[in-house]
Design a protein around this ligand. Sequence first.
Ligand SMILES: [Zn+2]
Ligand SMILES: [Zn+2]
Length: 556
Amino acid sequence: MADPVYLTFFGGLGEIGRNCAALEAHGRIVLLDCGQLFPDDMPGVDAVLPDFSWLLDRSDRLEACVITHAHEDHIGGLPYLLRALGEQGVTMPVYGAPFTLGMVRGKLSAAGIPVPDLLALEDHVRMPIGPFECEFLPVTHSTPSGLMTVFSTPQGRILHSSDFKLDPTPVDGRVTDLNRVRELAADGGIRLLLADSTNAGSAGSSSSESSIGPVMRQIFEDNEERRIIVGAFSSHVHRIQQVADAAAATGRTLVVMGPSMVRNMTLARELGLLRVSDGMLATDQDVEDLEPARTCIVCTGSQGEPRAALNLMGQGRHRYVAVGDLDTVVFSSHPIPGNEAAVARLHNALARRGVRLVHSGQLGVHTTGHGKADELLALHEAADPDLFIPVHGEYAHLVAHEDLARGRGMGVDQVLRCTDGDRVKLTSAGVAHVDRVPDVYVMVDESGRRVSEDLLQERRAVSGEGFVFVRVVVDKRGGCLDGRPIVESRGWMEPDERDAWHVEVADEVAQALAGVVADGECSEAELARLTRRATGRLVSRRTGRRPTLVPVVEVR
Ligand SMILES: [Zn+2]
Ligand SMILES: [Zn+2]
């Protein structure tokens, strides 16, 4: 009987982000993607990672990591995992398309992590990786060079779709290779399909990326007297290509702005993925000297990110660009769920400066990179898998994808619902849950230091209600307080009322402690408890607030 194959899902099943899974056969492990999740409402948290502890306990069996494409939810966890492996003296080769590897290299270098072997994958290449024979097929997505992976395993073929859409007319002509999937299905079959669920809940098909070009061109023509600023994702090379084409066709100079935009465009040009002539490019420092009506700026920040170029323009704090009523700003993206409010604030800030706004609510200046229901069904038809696990999606997306598969005729025992932390086993009998691995949100700050749930709670409490600090010194021998309690606070009451409140807190605490101290109580813990109680009483009774209380007692 053939050896079983295990699949372990560390993230991405239940949220959009931190995609990371392990495939395992004969005790050898291949990692598939290593992403991060962008934190939402987590003060001081820079990234949310998969919990790598299960992997780190088995690092001697880790053979390689395959990265499907260059989006952060697929590569953002690599620096952290590679650093942790490095501390164990383990290195892990990373496979990916050249563009993906260029992004990975840049990321690791920026983080000061030694770059491991980066092994380039070309479309249609076949090679053994770890215990699997792998084949890589092109997929169309909102960043170049996405790869679908066919893993040949002791339990048949596992097909992982990567993030994909079916675009009959992609900007680079590189279509998702469903033909090869059909061939494989007809010749030996696909045992297990793992497929992108992001847009499983959306009916129909996504529109082609190349539909953006003519819309962009029209906007450029309609705004010929004005400067045009386009906000887009820096990894969306084909979108930027279409902006650049519209700029070239209307005689504008293209200014690429924002460090990630500059870095990614440089990489894409080096690899021949972006065609922009040197002559039409300028840098942000040239902006002041350029005629506005002959300028197109392409920059980051279309999601309302606070430190990105567009937001700085909206706040009038951009170093080189002061926007006004001769500017048209095109938002060439949809707000990602969770960013709507920030994007709306940015629209308002720009509109207040007189800017003319163009966004996807008005014109077709954006299309998704993830296939909708009809496209997913086309993949299911082509692969005709024995078994299916929906991946890459929030919980509702996974369920919607499951419904699509069931609607196509797959039975209850052919579709397995998995979430983060699930470990499943593929055998001749089918696929089934066997185990759970740690799946907590590993939160890290900018320096890479871990942020615990407790620390996050503290930060939330302090950010919402502020804190009150009370320091009491007790003269043990005299049986009294040594001076008045010292009180400080932040974020609790208005700054100009603060001093008066501090006096009241000091009085309340002094009064509460006087008796017990005179009676000989000298346990610092007990006195701190009483200090907290007295402070809390006054604070909640008089102000109705619940700031964090920080009592410090010293007995001398
Ligand atoms: Zn993606
Ligand atoms: Zn993704």
